[in-house]
Design a protein around this ligand. Structure first.
Ligand code: F6R
Length: 614
């Protein structure tokens, strides 16, 4: 979603802001803009399309040198992705410039009020009203921070706002409600960003802002208040990754780099979670063992790829703990009057920690007195902050819009949670838990093997060139893997791709199989007996109807060979861990296939990295 940067310091604000916007490109956007305030007042530039268009405009019409600036990459919600709707928005006197992420729900009323006073707004956005309202307060004599606070109290919905004033060089004001904003503390300079990537090049010292807070930055000072002007508490932290983690490192795409980082993401997520006897310890678990012993139902909530991680986790957690696990799409959860109480543990899974659907589900669950544990990859983000407990995945920054390493790390974190519950509840003996952890500790090497075998997948991708519809099948934990394989391909290649539970095929979807349709099948390890054999039968069923089969099967499983047009071998791992290896070739396939079609793999059309609107 929209990326936001604010800067006050001695350097060229245009350079710092444009650098920050480039780091935020991964969030997904369709226009960009920048405004600076210097001794000569306020100047701005904005352009639809990629930042290269804005760069070209700035080269033609450079903005003046200034040490104060704000910038924005916009992911269109209200109003199309045009120059006019791009941010920053200025009021009609040109005094105030604002950038906004989120949705101002009462903008129509506010707009009516402004228009009734005879002023004209230019864009179709919900954001522009803020520039006018702040300017009105400044004209009435309020200082910039107070003007922003007063206006924030009138706004409904979700917003991060960053604002500058032509008559106040050296000051940028930010505000947030239900939408992320972090502060970067520098030396003789300070930053605002929709996430730390905006300023990671300059500082790793960050300040997490709370709900309904306003921050004023100058070169030497950072002052945070609530919307009423009372001093507010904030949390300072040091970002545990640096610029190099957010760069491509010689890979053609961030996505390829992130796929390659998966052995490390899994190893880092497992790191320090167990002692020499295999006894688990989850340091960030803020729920007591007594509270966890009282849990009689788990509801796992997430969106997209994170939702599929929850689907995988259900199999393992129910198996290990005998606690029932319901898995819910966050965007559906609170609309169905879910049954929750104090003994329900709601587990939310989110890479970004900012997904609005998931955040709203958490708030709803907490109102119903359920306890919420979040599994999250982004330190200091809103979802873990609003949860009772957290398990951080340590996948490092995920820049490509399509999630890869976060998915594997989420599965691992869910498994740690399941094993921890089993330990606390005594549902498994210590040595059984230790054995599973040993198996988990071996998965980074198995994932590496899948990366080393990537050429097999590349070859298949080239051989399937021209196909426009793909089916993915799996059973048991292979089913969510099939869903994830289809989602990756849809997102990146913009082609029809669907995942099904292999056994469900005969109940309808088999009708879409026709000559040459590629069908990926994730085969459980042969040790799974019946379920393995059923999947092998499913391969035969689709092949008999003309499908071209791409079979993912364990080393040495020769039963599939006669029915596989293409074979991808998987290393031997326990069934519940198979998703950690079987997902990898599907990610590589989607990436290769999309690249073959000439698509931008890291920033697929219409998508945003963190979806901060409902
Ligand atoms: C798919 C993808 C999305 C996200 C979803 C949830 O590749 O990236 O489906 O998984 O938007 O995002 P988080 O995990 O940040 O809550």
């Amino acid at each position: 979603m929209c990326g936001i940067v604010g800067y006050v310091g001695q350097r060229s604000a245009v350079d710092v802001v444009m650098g920050g916007l480039r780091r935020l490109e991964y969030r997904g956007y369709d226009s960009g803009g920048v405004a600076v305030v210097g001794e000569g007042g306020l100047s701005s530039a904005k352009k639809a399309g990629k930042l290269a268009n804005l760069d070209a405009l700035l080269a033609e019409q450079p903005l003046p040198d200034a040490g104060t600036g704000i910038g924005h990459t916009r992911w269109a919600t209200h109003g199309g992705p045009t120059d006019r709707n791009a941010h920053p928005h200025l009021d009609d006197t040109g005094r105030v410039a604002i950038v906004h992420n989120g949705i101002i729900e009462n903008f129509a009323d506010l707009r009516d009020g402004i228009e009734r006073s005879g002023r004209e707004l230019e864009s179709e956005t919900d954001s522009e009203v803020v520039a006018f309202l702040v300017q009105e307060r400044l004209a009435a004599g309020d200082d910039l921070a107070e003007a922003v606070r007063i206006v924030c109290r009138r706004l409904e919905g979700a917003f991060t706002l960053v604002i500058c004033d032509a008559q106040n060089p050296g000051v940028v004001v930010g505000a947030r409600r239900n939408s992320p904003l972090v502060v970067g503390r520098g030396e003789g300079e300070n930053f605002l960003g929709s996430d730390v990537a905006a300023f990671i090049e300059h500082t790793r010292d960050a300040i997490e802002l709370g709900q309904d807070q306003v921050v004023v930055i100058t070169a030497d000072d950072i002052v945070v208040t609530d919307f009423d002007g009372a001093p507010a508490e904030t949390t300072e932290y040091t970002v545990d990754w640096d610029l190099s983690a957010a760069q491509k490192d010689g890979y053609e795409w961030y996505m390829l780099k992130e796929i390659a980082e998966q052995p490390k993401a899994v190893a880092d997520t497992l790191l320090g979670r167990h002692d020499a006897d295999g006894l688990l310890q989850l340091d960030e678990m803020r729920l007591s063992d007594d509270e966890l012993r009282g849990v009689d139902k788990i509801v796992a909530i997430a969106c997209g790829t994170s939702y599929y991680a929850a689907l995988v986790a259900k199999y393992a957690i129910e198996h290990w703990t005998r606690i029932p696990v319901e898995v819910e799409l966050a965007s559906e959860f609170r609309y169905r009057d879910p049954i929750l109480d104090q003994s329900t543990l709601v587990v939310t899974i989110s890479q970004s920690g900012e997904t609005m659907d998931t955040l709203m589900a958490i708030r709803y669950a907490r109102q119903q007195r359920a306890r919420v544990l979040s599994i999250c990859n982004t330190n200091g983000s809103t979802i873990p902050r609003e949860s009772d407990a957290v398990i951080y995945t340590h996948a490092g920054p995920e820049v490509a819009v399509a999630s890869t390493k976060a998915f594997l790390a989420q599965i691992v974190a869910c498994y740690l949670l399941g094993l921890y519950l089993a330990q606390v509840k005594g549902a498994k003996f210590g040595d059984e838990i230790a054995r599973i952890i040993d198996d988990l500790d071996r998965t980074p090497a198995a994932i590496q093997r899948m990366l080393d075998d990537a050429d097999v997948v590349r070859k298949i991708s080239a051989e399937l060139a021209g196909a426009t519809s793909f089916i993915f099948l799996g059973r048991h934990v292979g089913y969510p893997v099939a869903l994830e394989g289809a989602l990756k391909l849809k997102e990146l290649a913009y082609l029809h791709a669907e995942g099904f539970a292999a056994g469900e095929l005969k109940h309808g979807p088999i009708a879409v199989i026709e000559e040459g349709v590629p069908v990926f099948v994730v085969v459980p390890p042969p040790g799974r007996g019946e379920v393995h054999d059923k999947v092998v039968s499913n391969i035969q069923e689709v092949r008999a109807r003309g499908a071209r089969t791409i079979v993912l099967a364990q080393d040495g499983d020769d039963s599939v060979v006669p029915y596989a047009d293409h074979l991808i071998r998987l290393p031997e791992v326990p069934t519940l861990l198979q998703p950690l290896v079987a997902t990898v070739p599907l990610q590589i396939f989607a990436c290769e296939y999309a690249a073959q079609l000439g698509h931008d793999v890291d920033q697929p059309r219409n998508l945003a990295k963190s979806v901060t609107v409902e």
